[in-house]
Design a protein around this ligand. Sequence first.
Ligand code: HAM
Length: 488
Amino acid sequence: MNVSPSRKRLHLSTAITSLDHPSIGRSQKRLWWPTLYAASPMFERPRGTNDWGPEDMAKRRFVESRFIQLAESFGFREVSTPTFESLELFTAKSGPAIVRELYAFRDQGGRDLALRPEFTASILRFYVSDLRSRPKPLKLYSTGNVFRYEEPQKGRYREFSQVNAEIIGGAPLASDGEALALGIGTMRAIGLKQVKARIGNIGILRGFLPFPPADQAVVLHSLDKRNFPMLDAELGRLGRPDLARPLRELIELSGDVSVLDKAAKILAGAGSAGFEYLQKIADLLDAYGVSRKDYAFDMGVVRGLDYYTGMVFEIDSPNLGAEKQVGGGGAYNLVEVFGGERIAQTGFALGVDRLVMAAEAEKATEPPRSLDAYVVPIGEGAQRKSIEVLTSLRAAGLAADIDLVGRGPSKNLDYANAIGTRYAVLLGEKELKAGKAALRDMASGVQREVALADLVDAIRSPPVTRGPESAKPKRRAAGTRAARARRR
Ligand code: HAM
């Protein structure tokens, strides 16, 4: 996008005004300030979307990377599918009513398309078209943004991110156990202590509802939303008002394995295979080392998406309030809907936005990797050699930056402080001639001379605390007249 010079000035002046505001303390005067993104004088971001600043992105990448590491250690491999798909992919199972919840549009070629509201349908389309001949089971994961036309609130956005895993072609029970272990394990890998999975079986409910799929979907939807007037009306219309009472009793049941017996009694023998299946899931999770405290059986887990067929689950971070549900999934069937064979499919997605909220609430996020070194060339003659030193630091795998503005040493140290680098590498012409650099530990203020050949090791080694021969911290030494005189 071309921004006219006057617009550029407008943005810049807003940024400066915000940074100089007296309510922002000195310690908070970071160069990136998230609230700067909240309002641009020219354009507002679309409703339900977010800008994420560097600090936010560090947290998002942290939770995402924990999922990726664990998924890869479980043998999952990454796949990527388009951000938009043909609209039909999403209406095929859920019917045209789903369009209200999508970002659907017609392109210039007259094609009906939609931004993906999830990964599952796309991955299963990809499986049916291209991946069917691969050895089974296929264990696939994806991460990225998805879009739903929802009423935005805290933790509920129109564009949000998910990490997603699918297992295609495994035995159902083993695959469900593996999916649950990865879902709950991801929460633990992030460092979250408050984890509660609720595990149900929509197959039991489907088996109990003697209706064609479209009517079944309406009844299940009313149960999912706990909309009991709608439930009564639907069951009345379908001529089975007697089912309302057992269904309402059933979905209230939640707790340890003992609820499975209670649930079986309510259904008077129906669904017994489904309850046995859940019992076996508990045994499997024991073997995975998942604590029984981390999950409950909950007959009220119905799920909002229409494709689930068997075990279903949701994972909560209980201290998040209304948007406590951070993930969900279960066994489903889309391959046949998309023209493929009968094959077991199971998977789940965790919402990155809510995982970050949960991690923040439990102070489980890790600080982002800080810059190792900030190189400060002092004087014209030091410029070229400073870039060579910078390049050697980067080549050694260190995170290193350099003055791009041409500031004086004192201003550069202020900048180095603001961006949170561990070391400043001060390179005056005299030091360079002697093959040395002044290495300043920004936390302690200790500054010492280091041979350029030893610079990488010195930066890698633990920080030097004030030693006998190091003078008292020279916070602004590089900028003092004496220091400048010495360098000349
Ligand atoms: P889902 O329950 O619709 O499942 O979404 C999974 C997670 O995405 C939710 O638990 C929540 O954390 C997050 N999420 C959903 N909507 C929003 C929103 N508007 N704003 C922020 N976060 C949101 C699925 O998407 C299934 N495809 C999961 C699956 C994979 N099932 C089988 N395989």
